[in-house]
Ligand binder design. Sequence first.
Ligand code: CAO
Length: 242
Amino acid sequence: IEPIPEVDFSRFGNVRREELSRIQKISSQHLHRCWLNIPHVTQFDEIDITELEDFRKSVNKEGTYDTKLTMLPFLVKAVQKVLTEMPRFNSSLAPDGNALIVKEYYNIGVAVDTDQGLMVPVVKNVDTKSVLNIAADCMQYAQQARAGKLKPDALQGSCFSISSLGGIGGTQFTPIVNAPEVAILGVSKASIKPIWQDGEWQPRLILPVALSYDHRVVDGVLAAKFTTRLKQLLEDSRHLLL
Ligand code: CAO
């Protein structure tokens, strides 16, 4: 690919040079590699989290547990459940492109925004953890990432990533697959929408999600099944217990 031609911007006005941090340089190369190597498709969906949000808020208000719950740990748990049911999403393409390496462990990377750039610490063995355990891990990793204190081990071994911009805003975005993973879930900000239910309009809290996937490994039907199952699990979170 021809590089983008260099432009002397100072011909048009004042400019200044800001060096990228070490993390920004590493992630910029990595994201470029992922973008160029993977044929990306993104599947969008909307999940009604009205009941789950009521539950989340009531747990936080009661203060029974030390850990604050956001929507993220529920998403991590629900994603892990879908990965166990649809192992193709928990695989990587073999380097020769002729086979899939299917993982039998469930480690989920969580994108964390830091002053130094994007970091993706990995919550390990999610299948053995409760939503509260996952919430505690996410909080600890986000704090460590922002303090620049993540150990190298915390950044390794992810099977699938989640990038949540829900605390910030936006209606949808298309995340880049974090190779050698084969899919990533992007989460945007939940908002109240009128939904036609039982013959009337109901105000419901709707969470937009976007599943980007490697089309060499996952086809559109499987991707739609993934988001449909994720929706089912989060719309009636009792399924997460089963
Ligand atoms: N919809 C509406 N509100 C949401 C939400 C959503 N989808 N997700 C989070 N929120 C709310 C939380 O409930 C919390 O509100 P309260 O304090 O009232 O409970 C608030 O937003 C802040 O949440 P948070 O961001 O502190 O916590 P989190 O668990 O949702 O996310 C983390 C943690 C580390 C993922 C997040 O802070 C972060 O860094 N996100 C950026 C990830 C990123 O950079 N992605 C881009 C990668 S590609 O460039």
